[in-house]
Design a protein around this ligand. Structure first.
Ligand SMILES: Nc1nc2c(c(=O)[nH]1)N[C@H]1C(S)=C(S)[C@@H](COP(=O)(O)O)O[C@H]1N2
Ligand SMILES: [Mo]
Length: 244
């Protein structure tokens, strides 16, 4: 069995969300009853899933509307729109800290897109609203030495990265609304990243900082073997046109 990337005896570090924790207690008991040999056969079948969701059980427990709630930390940030802050810094002309109201005052973009996790689950036609990353970058001014962006999360652990060439495709959003409502805590609210053409692990939740850097720094899952280039295959090609 492969080593779980972030498994730790410390419950605070366990890499699954609380909804899943509640739902899988019964499934864990099944594993105990089956005994070790059968359990390792099940583990082998689930292993591609485990590489992204070490519990392997998120796949079995769909949330509302087909979503699975992922978090690599047990404790999720609990931020109101009033205390939310977004730092934009690194190789920019004007480092800045934005509030929720600052984001609301910027031009708003709306895209309806499918959302797909690398493990195979997918939610069709999710309606997103927020600020295009390129609009935000225009505000701060990107310096010529910048080549990539490192994104940080208020969870203190998760990071993601994109090259500026990838961002130039103009399909990245600092998202404030999902299906008409402020992004919920489970979904990484009040503000998360949305990287439309890529697998879900690029869409970092509880976005805290956008850091312009001169070289791409592998993100959380990239450190664990996933690609910085995470473009979804042709199966996700249905909703690629912006609606506004
Ligand atoms: N901070 C943080 N962002 C994250 C993750 C995470 O564990 N922590 N999981 C990623 C993965 S693998 C997916 S598929 C999506 C899932 O988004 P959801 O939890 O809103 O369904 O979030 C991505 N962003
Ligand atoms: Mo994912």
């Amino acid at each position: 069995m492969e080593t779980l990337p972030t498994a730790s005896p410390d419950a605070e570090e366990r890499p699954y969300g609380r909804r899943i924790v509640l739902s899988v207690i019964g499934l864990g008991a099944i594993g105990v009853a089956l005994g070790a040999p059968l359990q390792s056969a099940i583990d082998a079948v689930l292993s591609p899933v485990r590489r992204v969701d070490p519990t392997g059980l998120a796949e079995l427990v769909p949330g509302e509307g087909g979503w699975r709630y992922y978090s690599v930390t047990a404790r999720q940030p609990d931020l109101t729109t009033a205390d939310y802050r977004l730092r934009v810094d690194g190789l920019v002309d004007r480092s800045t800290t934005l509030t929720w109201d600052d984001l609301s005052d910027l031009p708003q973009t709306r895209w309806t897109r499918d959302f797909q996790c690398v493990t195979g689950w997918r939610v069709d036609e999710v309606a997103w609203q927020g600020v295009r990353l390129n609009d935000l970058l225009d505000v701060v001014g990107v310096q010529s030495a910048a080549r990539a962006i490192t994104f940080h999360s208020h969870d203190g652990v998760y990071t993601e990265s994109l090259t500026l060439d990838q961002v130039d495709r103009d399909e990245v959003m600092v998202a404030t609304h999902l299906d008409g409502e402020i992004v919920t805590r489970d979904h990484g609210g009040p503000v998360r990243l949305l990287v439309v053409p890529m697998y879900g692990y690029k869409s970092l939740k509880w976005l805290s900082r956008i850091e312009l850097v001169d070289n791409v720094e592998p993100g959380y899952w990239e450190e664990r073997g996933y690609d910085v280039d995470a473009y979804v295959g042709s199966s996700n090609g249905r909703n690629d046109e912006p609606i506004t």
